[in-house]
Design a protein around this ligand. Structure first.
Ligand SMILES: Nc1nc2c(ncn2[C@@H]2O[C@H](COP(=O)(O)OP(=O)(O)OP(=O)(O)O)[C@@H](O)[C@H]2O)c(=O)[nH]1
Ligand SMILES: [Mg+2]
Length: 205
């Protein structure tokens, strides 16, 4: 049987932004309050169907800690789309998103890059300027992000949406083509299945 097209997506951003949590929520509908810093990188798989074509999303969770930054660049290669995450309660993590955008643009210039401000559930009362949707939208436009979103991984708010729209943006930009659904990637995982333990590679670097 033909392999579905493999679509590599990278998730980057400052440590503690919620990257691993995003993948856990999107792929397994789980949320963990504990932070166990990602070492190097990790990836999970998710099968989706888009306009009748099956796609295998290979979603790479890249460590945010600075000591892994050089290593992280290796994982960005051949990405078709990118989510750059920050924490809405931490302005510094929004600024760090710019450094990540530069790193991604250097390696994968043509791919859609979404700016994701996570943890909206933690906001109470009045928002600081940088926490408003208007500010984020303007910031994203000014710094050439394809789109921006405010989400809560914890509440599962807009989690499916950002992946759906990222795939749409990849199609719009021509970095993936649905009619070429049988393109064989050089990195097809042989023993993939729905078994989480098998699909998930730990400390793959
Ligand atoms: N309240 C709240 N907490 C969140 C949310 N998303 C993630 N967290 C918490 O934030 C902390 C960090 O999340 P991780 O997903 O481990 O962060 P990370 O970006 O993968 O961090 P590194 O692996 O170090 O790069 C954890 O304690 C999560 O439970 C959210 O939407 N709301
Ligand atoms: Mg992590």
């Amino acid at each position: 049987m033909d392999e579905p097209q493999v679509v590599k997506i990278i998730v980057v951003g400052e440590s503690y932004a919620g990257k691993t949590s995003l993948l856990q929520q999107y792929c397994y509908n789980e949320f963990d309050h504990n932070h166990s810093a990602t070492i190097g990188c990790d990836f999970t798989l998710k099968w989706i169907t888009k306009n009748g074509t099956k796609l295998k999303l290979q979603i790479w969770d890249v460590a945010g800690q600075e000591r892994f930054q050089n290593l992280s660049k290796m994982f960005i290669r051949q990405a078709k789309g990118c989510l750059i995450m920050c924490d809405i309660t931490n302005k510094k993590s929004l600024e760090a998103a710019l450094s990540w955008r530069n790193v991604v643009k250097d390696i994968a210039d043509e791919v859609p890059i979404f700016l994701i401000q996570n943890k909206t559930d933690l906001l109470q009362g009045e928002r600081e300027e940088y926490q408003t949707e208007e500010y984020l939208t303007q910031f994203a436009q000014q710094h050439n992000f394809t789109r921006s979103y405010q989400i809560s991984v914890k509440l599962n708010e807009k989690v499916d949406l950002i992946f759906y729209e990222l795939v749409e943006a990849m199609i719009e930009k021509g970095v993936i083509k649905l009619e070429d659904s049988v393109i064989k990637s050089s990195f097809v995982i042989k023993n993939d299945n729905n078994d989480r333990n098998k699909a998930k590679k730990k400390e793959c670097c």
